[in-house]
Design a protein around this ligand. Structure first.
Ligand SMILES: Cc1cc2nc3c(=O)[nH]c(=O)nc-3n(C[C@H](O)[C@H](O)[C@H](O)COP(=O)(O)OP(=O)(O)OC[C@H]3O[C@@H](n4cnc5c(N)ncnc54)[C@H](O)[C@@H]3O)c2cc1C
Length: 414
């Protein structure tokens, strides 16, 4: 496969890079490790600051990809080796089988008939999902896939046999392709910090403590509770909820850096609760609210909500209380007093960890101590999006567009 631009990572940054380059006439190969495009944005319920559904923007991008023959998308795919330099890269890409071929019409009959269930990693394992499924109704590619661990289950054979389009192929094998590219853009994004490591905040041990990404899935119509925000322990209604900012962030023991979007994410999520519970009390614990520029208006709107109480203090402890409730303790840094609040649900605002921290790129790239990629390290592979530093979607898009300009320059120079 020969191409002008190879993009690694099919989140919003990688998608933006791919469509921008293709729309100025360049051939692009877009490589995504999952069986769907969109990255973390696909898991969000709404976008701040406008509170619109992220799938609207993604759908436009998916259409741009679908309509542009210059973009070739490889899903279930990862680079395992990259040689060469700008103008002359050679990348080896491994492709995991999807076990569903191009005959799939996404009719959904296989999913209805499937009796095998697996942990739903799209919903962070909170629920189960059929072994053959789509991540959501707007998934791109719009074609079913089977979770690898379920393929050997004897019941899958009946599902395969019953597909009238002969779209299920349990014998599908991994493939390797070689891509020759003039430029490479690296957009491998992030994953949530593991909240279970913050032992004073009770994630995984105290019921009804969830993370901000759990909240995105819970509020989403395609999520484990079909969009209803409840206490996970008993599906009870929410009378009081709390948001715990900097859960592990700006903390030498966990993530010493600020993930920049968590304050806005929690303010946004406080609106999710307000939409469903007009009378609920909402407590937000900040060290300080990081809402620069136009985001300040959003903070002010939230502050105007009479039943939203903003506390200046870092939560030190979360423990179980009576009746499925939980108690948060924090020192108010303005008054010096110890505050305790008892709520139904606590949401930990955990930060973003670059995927490249644990999953090292198979090419020489300079990374800082946390795994973020530094573009000034001498490599001609251009990194963008949260792979470089925490940022929101608008900033990821802008940066990805800039990355394309650099990639085009490299093509001209060589
Ligand atoms: C709780 C929370 C709420 C948020 N809400 C908002 C919001 O409302 N509005 C907003 O603007 N921003 C929001 N953000 C920020 C937003 O999620 C990021 O800006 C966005 O995800 C960045 O996109 P990205 O493409 O850089 O990374 P990602 O979304 O992580 O995409 C990276 C992609 O690369 C793939 N990948 C990784 N490694 C490889 C590999 N080796 N090979 C192939 N593919 C690979 C991944 O599977 C993924 O699909 C929120 C963040 C958090 C934590």
């Amino acid at each position: 496969m020969n191409t002008d631009l190879l993009v690694i990572g099919g989140g919003i940054a990688g998608i933006t890079a791919a469509v921008e380059a293709a729309e100025v006439g360049k051939e692009v190969v877009l490589v995504e490790q999952e069986h769907w495009l969109g990255g973390r944005v696909v898991q969000m319920h709404k976008y701040f600051p406008k509170l619109c559904p992220p799938m609207c923007g993604l759908e436009i991008n998916f259409r741009r990809i679908r309509q542009n023959p210059k973009i070739k998308v490889l899903t279930g795919a990862k680079p395992t080796k990259i040689d060469g330099d700008a103008g002359n890269f050679t990348a080896t890409i491994s492709i995991e089988p999807r076990y569903v071929n191009e005959n799939c019409t996404a009719c959904g009959d296989c999913e209805k008939a499937c009796t095998v269930e697996v942990s739903d990693r799209f919903n962070f394992g909170v629920s189960k999902v059929k072994a053959i499924h789509l991540v959501n109704e707007l998934a791109y590619p719009y074609r079913y896939f089977i979770e690898k661990d379920a393929v050997a289950d004897p019941a899958m054979k009946d599902i395969a046999d019953s597909c009238e389009y002969k779209a299920i192929d349990l014998e599908m094998q991994p493939e390797t392709v070689e891509v020759k590219a003039k430029s490479i853009i690296w957009a491998t994004g992030w994953q949530p910090y593991d909240a279970a490591k913050i032992d004073n905040l009770g994630y995984g041990t105290v019921p009804n403590v969830i993370t901000n990404m759990n909240m995105e899935r819970m509020a989403s119509a395609g999520g484990p509770s079909r969009g209803k925000i409840t206490r996970p322990s008993d599906d009870g209604e929410i009378t009081r909820a709390a948001f715990v900012q900097c859960a592990g962030s700006r903390d030498e023991k966990h993530l010493p850096y600020c993930s920049t979007v968590c304050c806005m994410a929690s303010l946004k999520q406080s609106r999710y609760i307000r939409e469903q519970y007009p009378d609920a009390e909402i407590h937000i614990f900040f060290i300080d609210a990081r809402t620069p520029g136009r985001w300040e208006d959003f903070l002010q709107e939230v502050e105007e909500d009479e039943k939203t109480i903003i506390h200046r203090g870092k939560v030190a402890k979360i423990v179980e209380a009576d009746g499925g409730m939980i108690t948060l303790t924090a020192e108010n840094t303005l008054t010096g007093s110890l505050e305790q609040v008892t709520v139904d649900l606590a949401v930990l605002a955990t930060g973003m960890v670059p995927n490249a921290a644990a999953d090292k790129p198979p090419v020489s790239l300079t990374q800082d101590e946390f795994g973020f990629i530094e573009n000034n390290g001498g490599s001609t592979v251009i990194a963008t999006g949260v792979a470089v530093a925490p940022k929101d979607v608008a900033a990821s898009n802008e940066e990805a567009t800039g990355a394309v300009i650099q990639a085009l320059q490299m093509m001209v120079e060589k």
